[in-house]
Design a protein around this ligand. Structure first.
Ligand code: NAD
Length: 337
């Protein structure tokens, strides 16, 4: 059994911890937190060993009546690999801790690509990270784009991708984020960081991205235009994408017009936290005009990277091939509608 530690138990970390605990070939050693808040209490209620990320704050957990298994160093020492799901920039501060214990680490998309040996997306470059010590699971948006572009590139050769990312202002629990009454070009200059980030996975791919931020919390929406060298029909693209386990083609008869109904659908299907691990591609939007493919997809920022972290564990440790790992992860968490 692969022993996995999760350092940082917030939006991403708690989901990754649950997904790791569900895998037949992994054991969750525990999770580390800085504060004894509701998430710390839930971790303990779930039966997870809780480690104190900051030794001086250990007292606070005792005062809150939350049992701590030890300092974060013990978690790192006892794990075959650590998933660092701390806020952007804190992963970089934690790197020496992982190096000290010779424990490979997975970081999240908020960290700089320069921090790590390789960036990762299971569908696109699984085999490239075997044996690496520091790997970054790319952000929610880059994950969503990589999953889509990988089959298009393999099947039709991408001449140029152009994507406008309409991004949620903050996650539902991020009460301090905005905008609350505006639609912002963000950044106003080109490119947004997403295109260069996709190039950490596909170095040769030609892609331009523009970003916007809007008063929404549920999901991101991508308006995608991909110019293809070998031009297929829209039906052929639909068939190709339908075969991808982490792409969910929204059937027209579902009458899902946006992120609100998508989340409702996920909750009706008893998805934990209403999570949507798949890219949600509107089937009806898939169109070919001349040699350009157009479509819309929605990305659930809080959860699409979760199965990718699970696969990155196996990829780094050289446990299986991509296909086996992706299938195992999907089966264990119930991915696929
Ligand atoms: P978050 O703030 O929800 O969670 C981070 C957790 O880490 C919090 O519980 C915080 O208390 C804890 N923490 C802070 N300092 C710590 C330390 N020194 N040691 C251990 N724990 C510490 O953040 P998040 O949204 O889960 O983001 C985590 C990473 O994932 C970031 O790199 C982010 O860019 C990336 N990411 C976030 C999203 C998203 O939409 N939320 C999507 C994809 C990737």
């Amino acid at each position: 059994m692969i022993q996995v530690g999760v350092n940082g138990y917030g939006t991403i970390g708690k989901r990754v911890a649950d997904a790791v605990a569900a895998q037949p070939d992994m054991e969750l050693v525990g999770v580390a937190k800085t504060r004894p808040n509701h998430e710390a209490e839930t971790a303990v209620a779930n039966g997870y060993d809780l480690y104190a990320a900051i030794p001086e704050r250990r007292e606070l957990f005792a005062e809150a009546g939350i049992e701590v298994a030890g300092p974060v160093e013990d978690l790192v020492a006892g794990s075959d690999i650590v998933v660092d799901a701390c806020p952007s920039g804190i992963g970089a501060e934690n790197k020496p801790l992982y190096e000290e214990h010779d424990t490979p680490a997975l970081y999240q998309g908020g960290e700089d690509a320069g921090l790590v040996d390789a960036s990762f997306n299971a569908r696109s470059n699984f085999a490239e990270v075997e044996g690496a010590d520091h790997v970054r699971v790319v952000s929610c948006n880059t994950t969503g784009l990589s999953r889509l572009l990988a089959p298009l590139q393999e099947e039709y050769d991408v001449e140029k991708a152009r994507v406008t990312l309409v991004r949620r202002g903050g996650d539902p629990a991020q009460t301090g984020r905005g905008p609350i009454n505006d639609t912002l070009p963000d950044p106003v200059t080109l490119p947004s960081h997403h295109g260069p980030d996709v190039n950490t996975i596909f170095p040769e791919l030609s892609i331009d991205t523009l970003g916007m931020k809007v008063p929404a919390t549920l999901m991101h929406t991508h308006s995608v235009n991909v110019q293809l060298e070998d031009v297929p029909t829209a039906d052929e693209v639909r068939e190709l994408l339908a075969d991808e386990s982490r792409l969910f083609l929204i059937p027209p008869e579902h009458d899902i017009d946006g992120a609100g109904k998508l989340k409702e659908f996920a909750m009706d299907r008893d998805r934990p936290r209403g999570d949507i691990w798949e890219n949600a591609v509107w089937e009806k939007s898939i169109s070919i005009e001349d040699d350009d493919l157009y479509l819309f997809q929605a990305i659930h920022q809080e959860s699409d990277v979760v199965p990718e972290n699970v696969d990155a564990v196996r990829a780094v440790l050289g446990e299986t091939d991509a296909e086996t790992s992706i299938q195992r992860t999907n089966d264990a968490i119930g991915l696929g509608f």
